[in-house]
Design a binder for this molecule. Structure first.
Ligand SMILES: [Zn+2]
Length: 391
């Protein structure tokens, strides 16, 4: 087959996914000491770059914790080749951040390694993402179908029915919606060949619903703007990708130092999600520590006669993209039986409902429900449920 060498050649001239992938396929067999040595080297580079004065893990751990509030609203990246990222907003507090342009290929390589752990040898994979595919030719070559997670279309459903992908990988709401579409089409039988890699939100409630249908339900953890934090192995343990970051559990909260972000420092960055870490005792033999008991933000899923299309994460995702400078935090409550949605906002500086009006109309058009806005003064009482459906 000539495609593979050609793919590798083009890749080496452009994205370099394979460079990262080859490295990760080696480092997956490293000992804990070797992994830590690698992290230290990267940390020192980062420290030189940003003048952080970090020479050891002790130095790192003496640094203060940082959070979304510490990300400046205006920032000039330190390198020339970077991409801008609006944070997924999964904490309900949107921010704009910068990552090096190799962020995307590196992330893909981490995902591909995870898929290989789960038995992937080039079978079709359905990957659900927020935007458009960055490199469609590349995805075609590696047999990965990219679709948007926000709206499950007949294309999603037909792809799964026809191709029976080895994995559906992506944000929980989209994974749930796609599977529900297949079940609704009367083809739940195909799901027994399909594994799920659930990301971006808590699987609470969703796992119980989908697990009986699918070949496997795997869960990873990461933030869209930072490299994947932990990836599931064939034993369904979430191994921390030590090649991407130093991950700590501080008072039960997951804290990340991204060792590859040379555009903007993310040092001891609080995720707002809870999780615990233990040394690897996994039968797979990999020495990367295991992240467990993760309690992240969650969104409900609702499909019923009252709504034009199933409600999940997509409902609130435009907030973090379009109103980043206006809105500090948000939470949505859906009352389908009453035909209404209430979205609570904490404004950054001043209240401006007029600017949010197009969003309100969009919500009404998309859902068929009446949308009301409410102002809140603080986000502190807002719990993990970002989209709550009250039936
Ligand atoms: Zn394992």
């Amino acid at each position: 087959m000539f495609v593979k060498p050609l793919w590798l050649l083009v890749d080496s001239l452009t994205l370099n996914v394979n460079k990262y992938y080859s490295f990760l396929m080696k480092s997956q067999d490293w000992s804990r000491e070797e992994l830590e040595e690698y992290q230290l080297t990267k940390l020192r580079e980062l420290s030189n770059n940003f003048g952080l004065g970090i020479d050891s893990f002790e130095d790192l751990k003496s640094r203060p914790l940082t959070s979304k509030q510490d990300i400046p609203l205006q920032y000039t990246p330190r390198i020339r080749n970077y991409i801008t990222h609006e944070t997924s907003g999964s904490t309900g507090e949107p921010r704009r951040i910068y990552v090096p342009s190799e962020h995307w290929p590196r992330k893909e390589a981490v995902f591909m390694r995870c898929w290989s752990w789960l038995g992937w040898r080039g079978q079709p994979v359905l990957r659900l993402i927020a935007g458009k595919p960055s490199w469609p030719w590349y995805d075609r070559w590696r047999n990965v179908k990219i679709l948007n997670y926000r709206e499950v279309t007949p294309e999603h459903v037909n792809y799964v029915i026809q191709k029976r992908p080895f994995l559906i990988h992506g944000r929980g709401g989209g994974v749930r919606g796609t599977c529900e579409g297949v079940i609704k089409a009367g083809r739940a039988d195909v799901l027994k060949d399909v594994g799920l890699v659930w990301l971006g939100e808590s699987s609470e409630g969703h796992r119980q619903r989908l697990e009986p249908y699918v070949r496997g339900f795997y869960e990873g953890y990461g933030l869209a703007e930072l490299a994947p934090v932990a990836s599931p192995c064939e034993y369904n343990n979430m191994h921390i990708n030590m090649e991407c970051g130093v991950i700590e559990s501080v008072d039960g909260e997951i804290v990340i130092t991204d060792i590859n972000n040379t555009a903007m420092p993310f040092i001891r960055y609080r995720t707002g999600d809870d999780g615990k870490i233990r040394d690897s005792d996994c039968p797979c033999g990999r020495q990367h520590p295991i992240l467990y008991d993760v309690r992240g933000r969650r969104t409900d899923y609702y499909d019923g006669p009252e709504v034009k299309k199933p409600i999940h994460w997509w409902l609130v995702s435009p907030i973090s993209h379009d109103y980043i400078d206006l809105v500090k935090a948000w939470r949505a409550e859906v009352f389908p039986k009453e035909g209404r949605i209430v979205i609570h906002f904490v404004f950054r500086d001043k209240e401006d409902f007029a600017r949010l009006e197009p969003y309100r109309r969009w919500v009404e058009e998309q859902t068929g429900l009446r949308c009301e806005f409410q102002k809140q003064d603080s986000a502190t009482k807002w719990k993990r449920d970002l989209v709550r459906v009250i039936t």
